[in-house]
Design a binder for this molecule. Structure first.
Ligand SMILES: [Zn+2]
Length: 179
């Protein structure tokens, strides 16, 4: 998905699961910085959607961050944002190397990353959830309720992706030449 979609999706999850927003948002978009590999002409796994786009690297980043900061909450925020990014990329045809070092690509192949309907729908859905959870009193929501909302949010996101597959319109992406 496009960077704003990753940003709002990660933020919404942080609101729903009551985890630090800023680390989740930063991790949610930072994963695609591996696009610089395409400029450097490096070889696999040091490519866009290579090693950096794997749960193994997520775990490594989270572990290093926790080792340095000893801050569990911030680490969880980073892990959440990172995982949210990988989830959205799994939806797209290009997929990710989910089980690295096994190099098979894992993809749900539902919708292209720059699909207009999917990106717009996911951003709107995320904003709705952010708004809903911003207005709730911080400690009034039980974990069960949050988990239920998490499931509804994820399932709705998948449905939006599936729906987007029926509409081929794409958003212009200034970074496209890098792919
Ligand atoms: Zn990505």
């Amino acid at each position: 998905m496009l960077a704003p979609t990753h940003l709002f999706f990660a933020l919404a999850l942080a609101y729903i699961l009551k985890l630090p927003k800023l680390p989740a948002a930063i991790a949610g978009i930072a994963v695609d910085l591996d696009i610089v590999f395409n400029l450097l002409d490096t070889v696999f796994p040091f490519t866009h959607r290579g090693l950096i786009h794997t749960p193994l690297f997520l775990a490594t980043v989270a572990w290093i961050f926790y080792y340095i900061t000893k801050n569990k909450e911030q680490t969880r925020g980073i892990a959440l944002g990172y995982a949210s990014h990988l989830f959205l990329d799994v939806i797209t045809p290009a997929g990710i190397i989910l089980l690295f070092p096994i190099t098979a690509v894992f993809s749900l192949n539902a919708v292209g990353y720059s699909n207009l309907v999917a990106n717009t729908g996911m951003i709107l859905l995320s904003i709705i959830f952010i708004f809903l959870f911003r207005t709730k009193k911080k400690h009034s929501l039980g974990n069960r309720y949050r988990f239920l909302c998490f499931l509804i949010f994820i399932i709705s996101t998948c449905l939006i992706a599936y729906l987007g597959g029926f509409f081929p319109h794409t958003v212009y992406d200034p970074f496209l030449p890098l792919y």
